[in-house]
Ligand binder design. Structure first.
Ligand code: SF4
Length: 345
């Protein structure tokens, strides 16, 4: 163990204990402002998030209004997002495969178990039929094919070693929390939280492992989009601060999913300490902006963010007269329980 621990961890001062959510406590949530009942938020300034994940900081950086709708209020489109569902299923499927392998299953046994898992995961028990995706590629058939071909690609020839932690558990699906170094004017510390897919070893180097699916071609341009990148920088820091691994950055499996094919590319994405230091410093600036919005009770529109990532789903709302927006939001969106729309940790 000792040889791969970061011996002098420059981020030691940002360590803090992980607090675990009791999801059962959400059972009586009846909608309304998620920030009022979400334990990630301050009791003193209820619209200020004190435990921030990449799925919260990212939308805030894109547009404070989007953050207020998605995170502060918990709004989600009534139309399911096939890209989000598919990406989550691929992550979970690969995790299932990894766990089977680590429990001693052969590649074939683990694959069979994973396909069975995927068939069950995409069965809609209420409607007694398979998951019906609106997307011609990111659907049930595409999921099964992607998982089978993923194992064909990496199963027998996998050269990434999954780390076993000192407690004997594999370094898979690791919840983390560490101090951001930012304190609100009320003296409350803001921490970063999240969940890492996996920490792996390649040769004598350590990496966080992640998977990204896309409908577009995967190559140099695809991987270049992750430098800089909010989530990847946060995960690299978490591996160093919380788990004590001197990671080089991430290894990303990019998967292009077409209607009849899935293609796989793997690339390292570096995160030197100087880049991570800059990300931390910038993040404190963004958290300061978040606090300013929370104190003012106003989350401005960033109209340069509307066209990003295929177009913001709130565009029809933000483009309408302010007095018409509440009705539009009620029609097209539902309010999810706190933390119900994404990574919570
Ligand atoms: S449509 Fe534009 S202004 Fe409205 S929430 Fe989205 S990014 Fe912000």
């Amino acid at each position: 163990m000792a040889d791969f621990i970061a011996r002098e961890n420059r981020y030691d001062h940002l360590r803090c204990p992980i607090r675990v959510f009791d999801r059962g406590g959400y059972r009586h949530f009846h909608g309304g402002t998620s920030a009022m009942t979400d334990p990630r938020f301050s009791q003193i300034l209820p619209t200020m998030q004190l435990r921030v994940n990449s799925s919260s900081l990212g939308p805030f950086k894109q547009c404070p209004r989007k953050y207020q709708y998605e995170i502060g209020t918990g709004l989600r489109s009534r139309r399911p997002n096939p890209h989000l569902i598919f990406g989550t299923l691929v992550h979970s499927g690969v995790e299932h495969y990894d766990r089977e392998r680590l429990a001693g299953a052969t590649v074939d046994q683990a694959l069979l178990s994973t396909v069975e898992w995927a068939l069950r995961a995409t069965w809609d028990g209420k409607l007694n039929r398979p998951w019906q995706s609106e997307n011609p590629s990111k659907n049930r058939e595409g999921l099964i094919r992607t998982l089978v071909w993923y194992v064909d690609q990496y199963g027998q020839s996998e050269n990434l070693e999954t780390i076993i932690l000192p407690n004997g558990q594999p370094a898979i699906e690791l919840n983390f929390e560490f101090d951001s170094g930012y304190q609100t004017a009320d003296g409350e510390a803001v921490s970063f939280i999240g969940k890492i897919d996996k920490i792996v070893k390649l040769g004598d180097k350590f990496y966080v492992k992640d998977i990204k699916t896309t409908g577009h071609e995967v190559g140099g341009r695809f991987f270049a989009e992750f430098s800089p990148d909010n989530q990847f920088s946060l995960y690299s820091l978490a591996a160093k601060i919380v788990f004590d691994f001197a990671v080089e950055g991430l290894i990303c499996d990019g998967i292009q999913v077409g209607a009849t094919f899935s293609r796989f590319y793997r690339a390292p994405i570096g995160r030197p300490d100087t880049i991570l230091d800059e990300w931390l410093r910038d993040s404190r600036h963004w958290l300061g902006q978040m606090e300013s919005c929370a104190r003012e009770g106003y989350w401005p529109q960033n109209d340069k963010g509307c066209g990003l990532y295929g177009g913001c789903e709130f565009r029809s709302v933000c483009g309408a007269r302010p007095e018409a927006r509440e009705g539009l939001l009620k029609m097209a969106f539902q309010t999810l329980p706190p933390g119900g729309g994404g990574e919570v940790a």
